[in-house]
Design a protein around this ligand. Structure first.
Ligand code: MV4
Length: 502
């Protein structure tokens, strides 16, 4: 095992990794930018290294600065967390070149699975199902037209280098194809400096289910089952669960998806922790989408249900140890749910709400796990993703986990800044959520249900009228922004009233 590990990240995930290092008897080095000098991670680590000013490009994204800090502190390995440099193959290579172990997959696997078309090719070669579509980027409009016609509309244009829905365009008819191709390609070029676009058939109202894999450097690979991640808002996950309610009904689906994930991982030469993203359609056909070559935000729900510590395994694997767990040893017990607590204002279209936390009361008690990066008095900087904490619960059943989460959210008090804390209770009480009827369209449906059941429809009319009459308000927001703002506003009016009545 290592003597000292540098944690090249910030916030709750830096804290999560520092805790694992402490438990493993490994010294930890936190890194910080100017605005993170007093962070919880810095306070909990054994040592800390200043990187530079707040902008990530001059701190958490600077390969040179992070390697210099690792050398200066004598770290023998670096844990990248998620985001920042975690899926940067050059960084992984630079670590190895500096004689420092990158706690993650080999650079070749990061690079190989980084492009969506390359990952698709690996999946196809491994015999795993992918969404019908092109194997490579399309070169010309004529080619695209031919392929789209043979697949049948609707189709999706996706950026080869893409992620997070950027450069993605749904096309419902041939007449829209040429313009959509141009749009998708120029958006991809701007976002990823790569304008390549490929085509997939649209999977209608799918579930987003991902499989966690773990592999060592000796060729042993296992999967730890799925996470249900269908509840997303603009490609940002909001609530995650393990297991998926679908697997409770169809346990064979977990085995089939797990086997597919392992075939892909094996062919990619993968080791350490990784995740395969799949879409699952109404008929429970599943399709490989892409791979995340890092520890994921939502890993706690897998840990709660399998009883395994993913970060401990990441450390052992990076240190060259063998996986001692066999596939048949993996058991899934009970049910876990995670809510991502953000400093953002659901009443203001989920605008980030940085600032000082003036009061903090954290939930605890049976089955509650809080992975937080903040404390009372901490100033949430405006320079980074405003994730404050992940609240996860475990209970023997999904129903009990849901009520436990509502209980824990009720204990949570965060003063001084706006958070999305209250947003979750409504979802957890929603009948569709309770029934486990989840698709990636869940939140749209939820906002609509909220509107339909609103006791006060006039508020809606007023909000709509204001948006129509104030040209600046209407023109600064996209129409979809305005829709979300309106639905969010009505939802909040309802939540406010009912919670006062209770
Ligand atoms: C799709 C899809 C339907 N059909 N691909 C969105 C981001 C990127 N990771 C993949 N995404 C999708 N790809 C086909 N062929 C629907 C989505 C999608 C989605 C996927 C997962 C979670 C939330 C989503 C929200 C909208 C669209």
């Amino acid at each position: 095992m290592f003597d000292k590990v540098l944690v090249a990240n910030r916030g709750e995930i830096a804290v999560r990794v520092i805790r694992a290092l402490r438990e493993a008897g490994v010294r930890s080095v936190a890194v910080y930018s100017d605005v993170d000098r007093a962070s919880l991670a810095v306070q909990l680590a054994d040592e800390a290294a200043h990187l530079g000013p707040a902008p990530a490009s001059e701190s958490y994204l600077s390969i040179e600065k992070i390697l210099a800090a690792a050398r200066q502190h004598g770290a023998d390995a670096i844990h990248p967390g998620y985001g920042f440099l975690s899926e940067n193959a050059e960084f992984a290579e630079a670590c190895e070149a500096a004689g420092i172990i990158f706690i993650g997959p080999p650079a070749t696997a990061i690079r190989g699975m980084g492009s969506k078309t390359a990952a698709r090719k690996v999946a196809i070669a491994a015999g795993a199902p992918v969404v019908p579509g092109t194997e490579s980027a399309v070169e010309t409009f004529a080619e695209a037209r031919q392929i789209a016609a043979s697949l049948g509309y609707p189709i999706l244009l996706k950026a080869s280098a893409g992620g997070g829905g950027k450069g993605m365009r749904r096309v419902d008819r041939e007449a829209d194809l040429e313009a959509a191709l141009r749009d998708a390609s120029s958006e991809a070029l701007r976002a990823f400096r790569n304008g390549e676009v490929y085509i997939e058939k649209v999977v209608v109202e799918p579930r987003h289910i991902e499989i966690q894999v773990l592999g060592d450097k000796h060729g042993n690979l296992i999967h730890l089952g799925e996470r249900e991640c269908s509840i997303q808002r603009r490609h940002q996950k909001v609530i995650e669960e393990c297991p998926s309610s679908l697997m409770r009904e169809y346990p064979a689906l977990r085995e089939a998806m797990g086997a597919a994930a392992l075939k892909i991982a094996r062919l990619a030469g993968y080791y350490n922790a990784g995740t395969m993203e799949f879409l699952v359609d109404r008929d429970r056909n599943f399709y490989f989408l892409e791979m995340n070559t890092r520890l994921q935000v939502e890993h706690p729900v897998t840990e709660l249900v399998t009883g395994l510590d993913l970060v401990q395994w990441q450390l052992k694997i990076a240190a060259g140890e063998k996986l001692t767990i066999r596939q048949n040893d993996v058991r899934w017990s009970g049910s876990a749910i995670e809510c991502r607590i953000y400093a953002e204002d659901p009443e203001q279209n989920f605008m980030p709400s940085p600032g000082r936390i003036t009061r903090l009361r954290e939930p605890s008690g049976p089955g509650v796990r809080l992975d937080s990066g903040v404390y009372e008095g901490w100033n949430v900087p405006m320079d980074y993703d405003p994730l404050l904490a992940k609240l996860a619960v475990w209970a023997p059943s999904r129903e009990l986990a849901t009520t436990r989460m509502i209980r824990a959210l009720g204990e949570y008090v965060i003063g001084g800044i706006r958070t999305n804390r209250e947003f979750f209770t409504g979802i957890l009480e929603d009948e569709e959520f309770r029934a486990g009827r989840l698709t990636t369209a869940f939140l749209d449906g939820y906002f609509e249900r909220r509107q339909l059941h609103a006791p006060d429809i006039e508020m809606e009319a007023v909000a709509g009228l204001v948006l129509a009459l104030v040209p600046r308000a209407a023109s600064t927001a996209t129409s979809s922004d305005a829709n979300h703002a309106r639905s969010a506003a009505s939802k909040w009016a309802i939540t406010g009233r009912t919670s006062e009545l209770r």
